[in-house]
Design a protein around this ligand. Structure first.
Ligand code: NDP
Length: 246
């Protein structure tokens, strides 16, 4: 009997990766997975630390000087950023009629303006290198809408327009820009919801379970990989089917 060996997958090209919000939740999971795959990984944090084997850089994405300093440090220690994962995000949930300007501004400043600032800073060295991967962490609610999350949902759908415009501007330079839209993932952000609410969500998910951090990290790893070189401007849902149909 003869066996046909399938060709071995090529080893991933090690890249310099910067993940924002790498102290907890999804960002931490992305940093861990990318480091385990052999990439040079830096992660920003405000409080707390980052996983072992990852360069921790303290930076608040709402502060332009801190973002600049973070890039300078990563460039000095690991080289120019080739993969940017704009993950840092917050919620300030309340109904429209109760939402203050401050609730709106805080969420937009972190989730959307922060991502813009990071992408702008990352772009120039990527253009020079004629290679870059920009991955923006959005949310299923950016497309579905969500009662009580006018600010958050607007910031998350804003990322789609941001990424697709960057994809058009920089595609000819070998730079891709894609969006990952997680559904309901078990992290600190969702831990505040009661068991009843969680069960209600789970019942609407075709795959019948909440997402794990690594479900999202795997999608990010794919979009950052050589194999995804012809994927740009995509919105990749990682939501167990929760948002399908849009
Ligand atoms: P967590 O609340 O668990 O973690 C948020 C991370 O973002 C922390 O590392 C936090 O740092 C960091 N962060 C927040 N504000 C800033 C800031 N101004 N500057 C720098 N870092 C900041 O959230 P998740 O892991 O759940 O969420 C990660 C991303 O995924 C977010 O963009 C979120 O919107 C998105 N998402 C999450 C879903 C979920 O179900 N969990 C679903 C869909 C999308 P620090 O520890 O210092 O506060």
């Amino acid at each position: 009997m003869t066996t046909t060996a399938s060709p071995a997958a090529p080893a991933p090209t090690p890249r310099t990766v910067l993940v924002t919000g790498g102290s907890r939740g999804i960002g931490r999971g992305i940093a861990e997975r990318m480091a385990a795959s052999g990439h040079r990984v830096a992660a920003t944090y405000r409080s707390g630390g980052v996983p072992e084997g990852v360069l921790g850089v303290q930076a608040d994405v709402t502060d332009g000087e801190q973002v600049e300093a973070a890039f300078a440090r990563v460039e000095a220690e690991l080289g120019p950023v080739e993969v940017l994962v704009a993950n840092a995000g917050i919620t300030r949930d309340t109904l429209l009629m109760r939402m203050t300007d401050e609730d709106w501004d805080a969420v937009l400043a972190t989730n959307l303006t922060g991502a813009f600032r990071l992408a702008r800073r990352a772009a120039r060295p990527m253009v020079r290198a004629r290679f870059g991967r920009l991955v923006f962490i959005s949310s299923v609610v950016g497309q579905l809408g969500s009662a009580g999350q006018v600010n958050y949902a607007a910031s998350k759908s804003g990322l789609v327009g941001l990424a697709r415009s960057v994809a058009r501007e920089l595609g000819s330079r070998g730079i891709t820009a894609n969006v990952v839209a997680p559904g309901f993932v078990e992290t600190d952000m969702t831990a505040e919801l009661g068991e009843e609410t969680v069960q209600k969500y789970a019942a609407q998910i075709p795959l019948g379970r909440l997402g794990a951090v690594d479900d999202v990290a795997a999608a990010v790893e794919f979009l950052a990989s050589d194999a995804a070189g012809y994927v740009t401007g995509a919105l990749l849902p990682v939501d167990g089917g929760l948002g399908m149909g849009h």
